[in-house]
Write a protein that binds this ligand. Structure first.
Ligand SMILES: Cc1cc2nc3c(=O)[nH]c(=O)nc-3n(C[C@H](O)[C@H](O)[C@H](O)COP(=O)(O)OP(=O)(O)OC[C@H]3O[C@@H](n4cnc5c(N)ncnc54)[C@H](O)[C@@H]3O)c2cc1C
Ligand SMILES: Cc1cc2nc3c(=O)[nH]c(=O)nc-3n(C[C@H](O)[C@H](O)[C@H](O)COP(=O)(O)O)c2cc1C
Length: 594
């Protein structure tokens, strides 16, 4: 026990002893509830009771997270602040009422970036509100922002940057500089937290906040939000054996999209429509050999094994080019990285993987460790689950589009999609896990109409939705708007959609095949054409889902929805945007884009 326990000096020794005895009796949930009870001013009669002052003078840690990293960092930050004697609550942006922000005095934001520089899906409502014209002035608020991202994306840590700049523009005072963390975020995030915590604790103390750690808001939110139904956002890894492996595209298609069925029979893991399957992927041994040979490391079998299962060796990043140029003293590559205008670097990266750079600029004498230090950890790949556990118990189906292009040295494939499309067959065993996605669930009320918009593999979760609704005998209306390249070869799961239409489970289907005519037609064109009905469905309470490509489709669909709402709701563009923001906050506009 510390020589000077928290609360000493504020409470009498007898009060302190009673409080400590009670705290020892309570389990963590009871402790969280009790601290919320006290922080909310329980038993206080006067408005200026010290307990309520302390509740106002807490720090709020808000996190924007899809796969849990930012959430875990935020929770640790909350614990550290609590341990330093500060009153603090930790909340996901999806559980936070954005209008509360005007009452915050100390706001810490930890957020990832997803899509193509987009906020994490649960954070979208908060983000849109903050960026919109209804955001309040924040003079008097002190804030700090920590970003999590991946520098291989063009818009590195964009959500954190945007929020940081916006909080300042709204009048907030920055407590400490933002830090943008790359994929190996643990250490920089810990360093940022270690520097920020004493600063924030001191400011809180100076402002008069003396209450101990409070995480009750999170406990309360967890007890009431649908996210509480899962304690973990990803299941433990489990073995899955390939049952079926079919190419969905017809002969002559320039795409390779596969329907893969896995047997997970006997696994206690439950998945729900909207969840994704995480697949632990392996590099192609032939690619590993092709990479090591020009470096003179071809005979290092231990290195080959390490690269095979542990390091990203496909997607090229500016970080790799920079490190490789430094290690090999390659002037041209160093200049490319140093140029202010990134377009030349972008051009260089097109149609090249790491192996292509190494073959073009072989460097002899690199040690195995130097090479590993340049590479990033190999991460599992996620695939939307395309089946319902009710309809296909013991199985998980996915729909995988192969990432492929030609470099000057030959055909190149993505590690995960390449493995799933080319290097497995019925009987192959893989390690997988279920990644929960509470943001992309069917409506709680099965009578709610659903509009499902998806291009390419974006249709996968809708197959799970329809299977679930069929098993449950759901009466709600359903509208599918699907896009791909060509009707004849690329209409994924065509027979199934047509059967659902025939059975009345699918009320409407609109299709957009971009390459069947001279002018390109995409799902967003169909939305505009059917604008009046789309708006009528929205007004009747429909939930709209968007799944698939984050780079082009999701922004174009968003723009089309704004136009539809503006035209058919007789609103200006800003009000139409706010209409969609409200839908997001009500969880009636849900996206799963990648
Ligand atoms: C929640 C979620 C759900 C998803 N659901 C699905 C799904 O249902 N089906 C599906 O197929 N995918 C889905 N994905 C995407 C999937 O996880 C992988 O990202 C995808 O399969 C590519 O991974 P890979 O390992 O094959 O490619 P990688 O080896 O990671 O390579 C992909 C990278 O290669 C680079 N690249 C691509 N083309 C070129 C080029 N011409 N020149 C140079 N570089 C290039 C790009 O940087 C790209 O990011 C989902 C992703 C998420 C996050
Ligand atoms: C589909 C996808 C898209 C991403 N897009 C970006 C991006 O545009 N910019 C960026 O900096 N990071 C991007 N990232 C990286 C994430 O921000 C990073 O993995 C982060 O640690 C995830 O945190 P979370 O688990 O809290 O969601 C992306 C990751 C995924 C899976």
């Amino acid at each position: 026990m510390s020589a000077n326990p928290p609360g000493a000096g504020l409470l009498s020794m007898e009060q302190l002893a009673r409080l400590q005895a009670l705290a020892r009796e309570l389990n963590p949930v009871q402790r969280a509830w009790a601290s919320g009870y006290l922080a909310a001013g329980a038993g206080a009669t006067a408005a200026n009771d010290p307990a309520s002052t302390a509740a106002e003078l807490r720090a709020t840690v808000l996190y924007g997270s899809e796969t849990g990293h930012a959430r875990d960092v935020a929770r640790r930050l909350g614990e550290q602040l609590g341990a330093s004697g500060a009153a603090v609550r930790v909340l996901g942006m999806g559980e936070y009422r954005p209008r509360e922000i005007k009452d915050e005095r100390f706001l810490l934001v930890v957020t990832a970036t997803h899509g193509e520089g987009d906020p994490p899906e649960p954070a979208r409502g908060f983000y849109e509100f903050l960026m919109g014209r209804k955001a309040p002035k924040l003079a008097g608020m002190q804030f700090a922002v920590l970003g999590l991202g991946d520098s291989s994306y063009e818009f590195f840590c964009k959500t954190a940057r945007d929020i940081d700049a916006r909080l300042e523009a709204l009048g907030g005072e920055r407590l400490c500089e933002r830090r943008d963390c790359d994929v190996d975020f643990e250490q920089p995030a810990a360093e940022w937290s270690a520097a920020a915590v004493p600063l924030i604790a001191a400011r809180l103390k100076a402002a008069g906040a003396t209450a101990g750690s409070v995480t009750a808001s999170e406990a309360t939110a967890a007890a009431t939000s649908p996210q509480a139904s899962f304690t973990e956002d990803r299941s433990a890894e489990l073995p899955a054996v390939v049952l079926d492996h079919l190419r969905l595209n017809g002969r002559g298609s320039d795409k390779a999209t596969y329907h893969i069925e896995f047997d997970i029979d006997g696994s206690p893991v439950r998945h729900l429509p909207g969840d994704a399957l995480g697949v632990v992927v392996q590099n192609d041994p032939a690619l590993v050999a092709e990479l090591l040979e020009p470096l003179g490391l071809g005979s290092d079998t231990a290195l080959a094994a390490a690269l095979g299962s542990g390091y990203e060796i496909t997607a090229l990043t500016p970080g790799f080019i920079e490190a490789y140029a430094r290690a090999g003293e390659i002037g041209t590559l160093a200049e490319l990285c140093a140029a202010k205008d990134r377009s030349a670097l972008r051009g260089f990266m097109a149609n090249r993987q790491i192996v292509d750079v190494v073959r073009e600029y072989p460097v002899k004498g690199l040690s195995a460790q130097t090479l590993k230090d340049m590479l990033r950890k190999l991460e599992p790949r996620l695939y939307s689950i395309a089946s319902s556990a009710e309809a296909a118990p013991g199985e998980i189906h996915v729909t995988v589009a192969e990432v492929q292009f030609r470099s000057r040295f030959g055909p190149r494939f993505g590690v995960g999609s390449g493995q799933l499309c080319r290097r497995i067959e019925p009987g192959t065993a893989l390690q997988v896990y279920v990644q929960r996605n509470e943001q992309f669930r069917l409506p709680e009320d099965p009578a709610t109409p659903v509009i499902m918009i998806g291009a390419g593999t974006g249709v996968a979760p809708y197959r799970a939705f329809m299977q679930e609704r069929e098993v449950q005998g759901t009466a709600g209306r359903a509208w599918l708007i699907f896009g791909e390249r060509r009707f004849r070869t690329d209409f994924l799961y065509q027979a199934e959609w047509q059967q659902y239409l025939k059975d009345g489970l699918l009320t409407r289907m609109d299709i957009a095949f971009s390459r069947d005519q001279r002018d390109k037609v995409y799902v967003q064109h169909r939305l505009r054409e059917r604008g009046r009905e789309i708006f009528a469905w929205l007004e009747e309470g429909a939930c709209v889902y968007v799944c698939g490509d984050a780079q082009a489709m999701a922004p174009d669909v968003h723009a089309a929805l704004i136009d539809v709402v503006a035209e058919h709701g007789a609103l200006d563009a800003e009000s139409a945007r706010e209409y969609l923001n409200e839908l997001t906050l009500e969880r009636r506009y849900r996206r799963d884009v990648y």
